[in-house]
Design a protein around this ligand. Structure first.
Ligand SMILES: NC(=O)C1=CN([C@@H]2O[C@H](COP(=O)(O)OP(=O)(O)OC[C@H]3O[C@@H](n4cnc5c(N)ncnc54)[C@H](O)[C@@H]3O)[C@@H](O)[C@H]2O)C=CC1
Ligand SMILES: CC(=O)C(=O)O
Ligand SMILES: [Mg+2]
Length: 533
């Protein structure tokens, strides 16, 4: 499912120092019920009699030893009967029931949890990750039973350096950090956003084999501006508006310094920060700490891999990418990250012709086409703003439909967070694309925020499209024995490789070059080197 060896290899090739990150043998210092209540070490009824004696467990478990394989089979049986028993019930009920049964196992016995996750990743990824993780975050305060990861709040200012030592593991390799301010396309979910770091780190373990005892999900709770949550009596986070400006940054600074002091080599993945803080923190920390922003950089890498893959699917040479016209809908952290990396790749393919490459990209936000006439033009979007009237008379704020009709793009890529913006008219306009195999990437998450469904894309834009979505959709039956294949364009296909490659190489920093190479190697089956060098 994941082409991680390739991604990790490309990161290794870009980093200078090599060291080993293979964990050493693990000593258990606990005894008796402390072991049974510790999901890292608990084997449930699987402890053999010799271990029961050695660890003070004799009498604390039913006498029969049930092997790991039997426990595995029993869990899968329970899961399958849950599926059967909930058939026909609303999607939300079924999804949360599946998440609960997996979460209970995670709380009890991590070894078994990760085994079933790894073996059944196709079935379980949509539960522990998008789309169900979105639902879990929305309902987190009500679903909360046991804590997972760490919580640093604005009230902990001055305490973080000592708090970091409350984490029980000696070594942490991989941290996913959020402030909950832009969870998927669901907006500000405050402390409830912790579900995202948990889900992302589960993917690290399942896909990259990162040691689960060396991961740490972190929530930085600086308040929330979500009025509904502030009024919710069960809400588990700080009931105050979000910190802003220097007050906000001082909390993130303190956390980063605390992490670095205890685990200088830990990688910190910033996840689901609202745009202004996503860009600002990336610039602030990228040359001081081993960190990256997944929404800006991870998404860019995976989107570029998808875009290049589409060129290959069209039977063209990869360097023909430079000639493709691409409409990007959404000028936030994800859209701008994709645009920056894609323009860089196209410019190199066009002989370092940046202006030529830029010309081929069209950027829209909620106010339509972004041109240099835009009032309060965001500096991050400015490099991609068009000269008004430059392309077939397209004006500032032109609608998506008008842009698609006039540009006839090869690719329509959505990172707007708005479900359905690729409506019937827009999709039908893609039939006039200059490409024989146009690409439609509805990358926003979760499912209800996707710019269009897979079925609508094939129905309105035609059967010969390349379709990809951020959250999974079923393949579409096109009739006459034909299938409309659905690909998933989600940064989960990249970030585990980035983390693993960085860890194995001991790279001190994560550069754009590493991400770019990871994307390009992904699609380059027979290359010994990236395509664009
Ligand atoms: N598939 C993947 O791997 C990833 C998907 N995403 C998804 O992308 C979405 C956006 O994420 P961010 O860029 O971080 O959010 P953001 O809030 O920073 O940016 C959203 C952008 O969309 C624009 N927008 C809003 N309504 C629009 C409309 N009707 N038409 C055109 N543009 C519109 C906004 O003006 C803004 O520029 C989210 O749903 C997120 O889940 C984000 C990262 C990775
Ligand atoms: C996939 C992801 O990182 C997002 O939707 O934010
Ligand atoms: Mg994200």
């Amino acid at each position: 499912m994941w082409n991680l060896a390739r991604v990790a290899a490309s990161v290794l090739s870009r980093s200078r120092r090599f060291s080993t990150a293979i964990p050493g043998p693990c000593m258990v210092h606990k005894r008796g019920t402390d072991i049974l209540h510790d999901p890292w070490f608990n084997k449930d009824t699987g402890f053999p009699l010799t271990e029961r004696d050695r660890l003070g467990l004799r009498g604390l478990l039913p006498p029969r030893v049930i092997s790991f394989e039997q426990q595995y089979a029993r869990f899968m049986e329970s899961f399958r009967s849950l599926e059967k028993n909930t058939e026909g019930q609303p999607n939300k009920v079924v999804s949360l029931a599946k998440w609960r049964i997996l979460n209970r196992l995670h709380d009890r016995n991590e070894t078994l949890y990760y085994r079933v996750l790894i073996d059944n990743i196709k079935d379980f990824a949509p539960i522990i990750y998008t789309p169900t993780v979105g639902l879990v975050c929305q309902n987190y305060s009500g679903l909360f039973r046991r804590p997972r990861g760490m919580y640093f709040s604005a009230k902990d200012k001055g305490e973080m350096m000592s708090m970091i030592y409350n984490w029980p593991a000696q070594q942490v390799d991989m941290i996913v950090l959020t402030d909950g301010s832009r969870i998927l396309g669901l907006g500000d979910l405050g402390v409830q956003g912790i579900g995202i770091p948990i889900g992302k780190l589960d993917v690290y373990v399942a896909a990259a084999g990162i040691n689960p005892q060396r991961i740490l999900p972190v929530m930085l709770d600086v308040g929330t501006n979500n009025q509904k949550l502030l009024e919710d009596r069960l809400y588990l986070g700080l009931r105050q508006p979000r910190l802003e400006g220097e007050e906000y940054l001082s909390i993130v600074d303190e956390f980063m310094e605390a992490v670095h002091a205890r685990w200088p080599k830990a990688i910190v993945q910033f996840e689901d920060f609202q745009m202004k803080w996503a860009f600002e923190t990336l610039e602030r920390y990228r040359k001081r700490f081993c960190m990256f922003n997944d929404d800006i950089q991870g998404t860019a890498g995976v989107a570029l891999a998808g875009l290049l893959g589409t060129v290959r699917a069209q039977g063209l040479s990869l360097t023909d990418f430079a000639d493709q016209k691409i409409v990007v809908v959404g000028a936030g952290s994800a859209g701008l990250g994709v645009l920056k990396m894609a323009v860089q790749a196209a410019a190199r393919m066009a002989g370092n012709n940046d202006a030529f490459a830029r010309n081929k990209f069209f950027l829209l936000d909620k106010d339509g086409l972004i041109t240099k006439e835009r009032k309060n033009l965001d500096p991050a979007a400015a490099p991609f703003a068009k000269d008004p009237g430059d392309f077939m008379g397209l004006r500032e704020g032109a609608s998506l439909l008008e842009v698609v009709r006039k540009v006839k793009p090869h690719v329509l890529l959505g990172l707007s967070g708005v479900g359905g913006v690729f409506n019937e008219e827009v999709l039908k306009a893609m039939r006039e694309s200059d490409s024989v195999k146009p690409a439609i990437f509805a990358m926003s998450n979760p499912t209800m925020n996707a710019e269009c469904t897979a079925a609508d894309a094939f129905k309105h834009a035609g059967e010969n499209i390349v379709f990809a979505s951020g959250s999974p959709f079923e393949n579409v039956d096109l009739g006459n024995g034909k299938i409309g294949h659905v690909n998933q364009a989600n940064n989960m296909y990249l970030f585990p490789g980035i983390g693993l490659g960085t860890l194995l190489s001991g790279a001190r920093f994560i550069t754009d070059g590493m991400l770019q190479q990871a994307a390009e190697w992904y699609v380059c089956d027979n290359c010994n080197e990236p395509i664009s060098t």
